[in-house]
Design a protein around this ligand. Structure first.
Ligand SMILES: Nc1ncnc2c1ncn2[C@@H]1O[C@H](COP(=O)(O)OP(=O)(O)OP(=O)(O)O)[C@@H](O)[C@H]1O
Length: 311
């Protein structure tokens, strides 16, 4: 079942800037989607439009089947939003601030549920601590607790681990994974590609207000990921023998290395054939190593392609 459905969403800000240029996107129930994009790509605008904070200029957005403009309350009720900026009441105690958030949705008090949320986020010990006395990472957890206080079915995390240390980042990833196990649909924006690689099921890439692609992470890596085999030679060669011309080989380091690029998704890599052919040509291999393109390289390549296309 699709949880979020966006059709032809455009957003033109008052000054005339078009931040979303007709976005189509469907997010399935229970999945983790990471939205990647450079600064100013439109990620926050898109999330704000889904959450009903900003109105799309045209197009439709539905959450759980409810139109976010016409049926705002019903849609918003399903959504938990963890904003990029920390906007907490400094003197309020942790428990109270989370309880208050639930009240804002007009839901009856449920202290057992708030306790459960605080325990899940390792905040129970801090329940009576005023927010201002918490570390930055703990404040981020409070933001998540507030967003979960009304039992949302979709959680938006806008840069959840910006400025957070490595250890806390990993804790956050675990929290996200646990929420998914509870059936919560999660959409996160991030600048840390490693983060998307670690936790997302699908990756969406957005740039200049357009979705460049949305694809299953594993298939994206297999489709666009290329592997490189670096072959170190005993004796440098100047040119490739004719018998090797059918292989995608380049000569590097003044003939000391051959680099063979192959497709990770392909049935046969051709490496065995290449090694045999090298032997037949009397080319002695000293060492080999492989490198795989990361999601980061794929992402940088995609965005650069669009930049060139626009130029
Ligand atoms: N209220 C506004 N009025 C006019 N332009 C805006 C407004 N809010 C955002 N923009 C512009 O819209 C574009 C998209 O901004 P948005 O915040 O959605 O990007 P983002 O992908 O979230 O970026 P970042 O990664 O830096 O958070 C930017 O060029 C921004 O300057």
């Amino acid at each position: 079942m699709s949880m979020v459905s966006i059709r032809e969403a455009r957003k033109i800000y008052d000054g005339g800037f078009e931040a979303l240029k007709g976005v189509d996107l469907t997010i399935e129930q229970g999945e983790i989607l990471a939205l990647l994009g450079p600064n100013g790509a439109g990620k926050t605008t898109l999330i704000s439009a889904i959450c009903g904070i900003t109105q799309p200029t045209s197009g439709t957005i539905e959450v759980g089947g409810h139109d976010v403009v016409r049926d705002y309350r019903a849609a918003r009720r399903l959504i938990g939003l963890v904003p990029q900026e920390i906007n907490l009441e400094p003197f309020e105690k942790v428990f109270n601030t989370v309880r208050f958030s639930r009240g804002l949705f007009g839901l009856p008090r449920n202290d057992a549920l708030i306790e459960q949320v605080l325990r899940k986020l390792s905040l129970w010990d801090k329940r009576d601590t005023p927010v201002r006395a918490l570390s930055g990472g703990m404040k981020r957890r409070v933001l998540i607790a507030k967003a979960l206080s009304h039992e949302p079915r979709v959680l938006f995390l806008d840069e959840p681990t910006a400025g957070v240390d490595v250890e806390l980042r990993r804790d956050m990833w675990e929290i996200v994974e646990e929420l998914r196990r509870d059936g919560v649909t999660i959409i996160l924006t991030t600048h840390y590609i490693e983060e998307a690689e670690a936790i997302a099921d699908r990756i969406g890439v957005i740039n200049k207000g357009q979705i460049l692609l949305v694809e299953d992470k594993a298939s994206l890596m297999a489709r666009m990921g290329r592997k490189e085999l670096r072959i170190e030679l005993d004796d440098p060669i100047e040119t490739l023998p004719e018998a090797l011309s059918s292989f995608a080989l380049t000569i590097e380091d003044e003939g000391r290395h051959l680099v063979y690029v192959y497709d990770t998704g392909a049935q046969r890599t051709g490496i065995a054939r290449l090694m045999t052919a090298l032997g037949e040509q009397g080319i002695v291999v000293r060492d080999v190593s492989t490198a795989q393109s990361s999601l980061e390289e794929i992402f940088v390549g995609l965005v650069a392609d669009q930049q060139e296309g626009a130029a």
